[in-house]
Design a protein. Sequence first.
Length: 73
Amino acid sequence: MIAIVALTIALTGLTIGVPRHSLGIIGLVSIAAALGITVFAQPVWYIRFIQAVLFGLLVVVFVKYKNEYVGAK
């Protein structure tokens, strides 16, 4: 149940707004919230898999945000 809530939060945060903002701060916050929710789940294989996917997605969105807004070269 917690996994479904976490995935719903992450996917809603990534698809609800303008793509520029969804892959910006809104995406970072929603993915971090979803990752935080999965911490309270039982440590079974699919929760660990969802955490790994969310962490990878968080890194990708962070790098995109950093390159677009902060001005990394």
